[in-house]
Design a protein around this ligand. Structure first.
Ligand code: FAD
Ligand code: SF4
Ligand code: SF4
Length: 606
């Protein structure tokens, strides 16, 4: 089924959506927990690859809000603990180390602990969650939602080693672990080291993911009033929205590519713009513009109140710009200031903005894109701080290169895409550490597969041939005939918009959640938009007793029993006339009495 297949963890989507429509939230939550492990977290933050695959999107403007329905189950559930595995579990004598406590490792822990494995979880941070803790801002993912779902796993008897940076995989392997899982993510944010002024203005230039981590762990509480965020992905959106909450009044995102091809999800861009953050596309950063000030001025915050210190008040102007007041008012957006040069006696460089080259996207005959300069003068944007959010990289300085774990030419570990085993038989990788930055649900999916592999390894079985393909445990779900008829109504509701708290509340506190989620009524209406595509109708002529029950319950009246006749006549006789000649009628082998059983494919859903 399309939505379930598109979910990396193959969440049985229609099954839980039907339970939400019935108000059975705890069961709906547990169906999610079983497959995607973090329903409350993912109901707020999932990248939702399932939604473009949803079949409702083919017959309606928008797909079912699969992700936000997950949150309805999470918000309205009762305490699910009694439905979860209860430890202590009988030990199986095997011991596994998990390095990094993000969603990938936590999934391995959740899957293996109930099987009796002794799990040791290491992370340099103070608690579990990985990037869900340090990167996803609290206004999108409240800390209590995260903590609760992490605790559901830790309470399975996991041995935690927080505030513990693992500095040598060799040392871990020398201990008596039967397997080691590396779930250390992609922790290095890309920089722009070669842009002029980068080193000089270092105090006011921040790597986006480091800065977000510093905010999350309460080390950073404020930022300048004018902030430029470089980059067009979701990290840039989180940076700019966080900056708005930390004192940024004039925050803008500036990106090289056209708006339409930015990497950020459409809803993340919408949310940023809703918070009065303009996104300026087709601008390539060329240099950081700095001024030189003496020590006294350097200690005072730059441009307090939006006005730069005047000449003679610490600012040392270069001979080129003698007489030009460096007050920001003199450098409006779009006007290129003369870069200020260092003059004898001045001590400290200070950022005042950035210069950009305007470009446009040009596509060649193969569709390959180039960003071509328009030839217009460079554009200046003033800034007190710049956040660089132009990508993330993997880094494994703690893994020795001579212990049997091979790395490729990009310094990425060589990992099997099915088993997640590295070239060292006991070492597995998953999540962002395996193939580069992705998202939470992909990390969960990797964790499940790595857990299967570790279990097979410990049992001495073949990791490739003994694993089951996804969803081979398909089983028939018995539904009462009336329940089926009721649930399969095609509702005409439009997808509701998720309500948000007012900006007056959310912009003054970075921990106030923006999205309020669907209430139970909106959740019910949205659940009814699901077409129940997993319901497959099977007509077996030898078993048909011509009771006409299928005709009675079919919500779209697609079935007609009728005497044999010419096709044109037949098309008029179906309960919903089948007048579109391009749309075939389905006439399977008929029942015993010889009448035709005709299915109008235009209105049939399953
Ligand atoms: C700003 C931002 C926002 C994001 N928003 C979303 C979102 O809304 N939805 C979504 O699905 N995804 C989002 N992502 C991506 C998502 O967070 C990651 O894809 C996911 O968390 C990866 O999980 P992981 O288990 O591979 O590792 P991570 O979550 O990255 O966790 C790795 C952990 O390993 C620890 N670690 C690393 N090295 C060591 C070591 N040597 N010793 C001990 N500990 C170590 C780190 O401290 C970290 O806690 C976002 C990413 C960023 C940067
Ligand atoms: S309509 Fe429902 S079952 Fe069908 S693809 Fe969408 S969510 Fe899945
Ligand atoms: S976990 Fe994400 S991808 Fe999977 S069904 Fe839920 S919203 Fe869709």
């Amino acid at each position: 089924m399309d939505c379930q297949w598109a979910c990396p963890a193959h969440t049985p989507v229609p099954e839980y959506i039907r339970l939400i429509a019935e108000g059975r939230y705890t069961e709906a939550y547990m169906i999610n927990w079983d497959s995607n492990v973090f329903p409350g977290i993912l109901g707020r933050t999932c990248d939702r690859p399932c939604e473009p695959a949803c079949r409702r999107g083919r017959v309606d403007e928008e797909p079912v809000a699969i992700c936000r329905l997950k949150r309805v189950a999470a918000d309205n559930r009762e305490d699910p603990l009694s439905y979860m595995p209860q430890g202590p579990f009988e030990p199986n004598g095997r011991k596994v180390a998990l390095i990094g406590a993000g969603p990938a490792s936590l999934t391995v822990a959740r899957d293996l602990a109930p099987l009796g494995y002794e799990i040791h979880l290491f992370d340099e941070q103070i608690k579990g969650g990985g990037f869900m803790l340090s990167q996803i801002p609290s206004f999108r993912l409240p800390i209590q939602v995260l903590d609760e779902e992490v605790d559901y796993i830790l309470r399975l008897g996991i041995h935690t080693h927080f505030k513990h940076y693992v500095s040598s995989l060799k040392e871990v392997l020398e201990q008596d672990y039967d397997a080691v899982f590396v779930g250390t993510g992609a922790p290095r944010g890309r920089d722009l080291p070669d842009l002029p002024g980068r080193q000089e203005a270092d105090d006011n230039i921040h790597i986006g993911i480091n800065w977000l981590g510093s905010v999350a762990f309460e080390h950073t509480h404020k930022i300048g009033k004018r902030v430029i965020v470089l980059g067009g992905g979701n990290t840039a959106m989180d940076c700019c929205r966080t900056a708005r909450r930390l004192g940024g009044e004039d925050v803008k995102v500036i990106v090289r590519s056209p708006f339409a091809t930015m990497k950020a999800s459409p809803w993340e861009k919408e949310d940023a713009m809703h918070e009065d953050i303009p996104i300026i596309d087709n601008h390539v950063p060329k240099s950081f513009v700095i001024e030189y000030v003496d020590d006294d001025a350097a200690d005072s915050p730059p441009y307090e109140g939006g006005v730069a210190p005047a000449s003679g008040d610490g600012v040392v102007l270069s001979p080129d710009v003698e007489g030009v007041d460096p007050n920001v008012e003199n450098h409006p957006v779009g006007e290129t200031p003369t870069p200020l040069l260092r003059k004898e006696g001045s001590k400290k460089a200070r950022l005042i903005g950035m210069l950009f080259e305007k470009v446009e996207a040009v596509y060649d005959e193969n569709g390959k894109r180039s960003l071509v300069p328009t030839g217009e003068p460079e554009v200046f944007f003033p800034a007190d701080d710049v956040l660089i959010a132009v990508g993330q990289e993997n880094a494994f300085p703690w893994i020795e290169r001579n212990i049997g774990v091979d790395f490729d030419k990009w310094e990425m570990p060589v990992v099997d895409k099915t088993t997640f085993q590295s070239t060292h038989p006991k070492v597995f990788f998953g999540g962002d550490a395996a193939f580069g930055p992705e998202n939470v649900i992909t990390a969960v999916a990797h964790g499940h597969q790595a857990a299967v592999s570790i279990d097979l390894l410990c049992k001495g079985e073949n990791l490739l041939t003994h694993r089951l393909p996804p969803m081979v445990n398909l089983h028939s779900v018995k539904m009462g005939i009336h329940e089926w008829a009721y649930d399969s109504e095609i509702d005409e509701y439009d997808r509701p918009v998720v309500p948000q708290a007012p900006k007056t509340q959310t912009l003054i506190n970075r921990k106030t959640e923006v999205e309020l989620g669907f209430d139970p009524l909106a959740g019910y209406e949205e659940a009814k938009r699901c077409l129940n595509c997993d319901m497959q109708t099977v007509f077996a002529a030898p078993k048909c007793i011509e009771c006409d029950a299928c005709v009675d319950i079919c919500p779209t009246s697609c079935i007609t029993f009728t005497a044999d006749c010419e096709e044109n006549d037949l098309r008029q006789r179906t309960k919903v006339p089948a007048l579109n000649l391009n749309q075939p009628l389905s006439v399977p082998d008929g029942p015993k009495s010889g009448v035709l059983k005709v299915r109008n494919e235009r209105v049939a859903q399953h």
